[in-house]
Design a protein around this ligand. Sequence first.
Ligand code: PLP
Length: 386
Amino acid sequence: MNIKELDAKYVANTYARFPIEIVRGKGSKLYDSEGKEYIDLGTGIGVSIFGVGDEEWVKATTEQLTTLQHTSNLYYTSPCVKLAKLLCEKTGACNVFFSNSGAEANECAIKAARKYAQEKKGADYNKIITLNNSFHGRTITTLAATGQDTFHKDFLPLTEGFLYADAGDLEAIESYIATQKVAAVMIEVVQGEGGVVALSEDFVKGLSELCNKNDVLLVVDEVQTGNGRTGALYGYMKYGICPDIVTTAKGLGGGLPLGATMFFEKTKDVYTPGTHGSTFGGNPVATAGAYNIISRLTDGFLGEVEKKHDYIVKELSSCEGVKSITGMGLMLGIETVKDVNEVLKCCQDNGILPIKAKTKLRLLPPLNISFDELEKAIDIIKNACV
Ligand code: PLP
């Protein structure tokens, strides 16, 4: 049997894969089983932010792998402590809980928000407001947090206590806060799976003020937007707000599973021993790699991300087949005149691998992609769009 047949027989049928088998890569290049070269514009859905086989990250992870790969959280290990300190220094967070994925990072935030509100305001303060068109994960609780019915329908009943508002509708959120016992509001500053849609500055700032005024926690899900993707270390920083909890994953681990939930002043003491945990969370290999990644996301490097953003937007906005471009930094959604599936197929045939977000072409290239590679990739996109 070939790989397609073996996969169909032995792997649970949850993914509609493209007919491409990726066997290796280097930097921004991926190679399939027939030796065809592609420029990677998806980074495994925003994960490999320094590309494939990045030498510094490989060194950091392999050194740790050959020293100590795992201990559980029964003992102290230095890589996760070093990473937590670095994240706190760079964001102003007070402490960090480590897990293994975005969904788990969000689950941890939701639990913390409920515990905070119930202890502070009363046992029935458990409602979490999220936005329509959001995506927060695939567990039963993070599905409930995800404001898109299509993801809910086969899995009811979901975890109770979620309320949904439209992005931009501050009044709806204000009314929920006035009439329901709300613990927190959770947002993505750019809705990635929802079509790469950035929230407006007025809305995010207004929401932050509203939450502060009512002692409702503001949780920002930076699973996709985090770790330099938007051109800021975390996307919320572009809005000049200070959330109470920030979650991240994807690019933090750079290819190894790692989630983080960062607690700021108000929420730093919510968890106490025994109230939350994870066997693999803070794994030494994943956190040693993440330390390397986060320490390289300097202002200078992020400035380069913004230059690449400007270049892509300038080039594609003059292309006839492009209707609109949304997003921030190197997280871009391109609305095309042609059907996106047709555009995507043409891109793949011509040696680039972008992904999709709803009906848009989505670009999540390695943050260190070279201008030469970007130029080549953009030419292919332009041709595919017309
Ligand atoms: N939150 C956001 C904003 C995401 O984009 C995703 C995944 O796409 C998740 C949460 C879930 O992350 P994971 O697949 O690592 O559980």
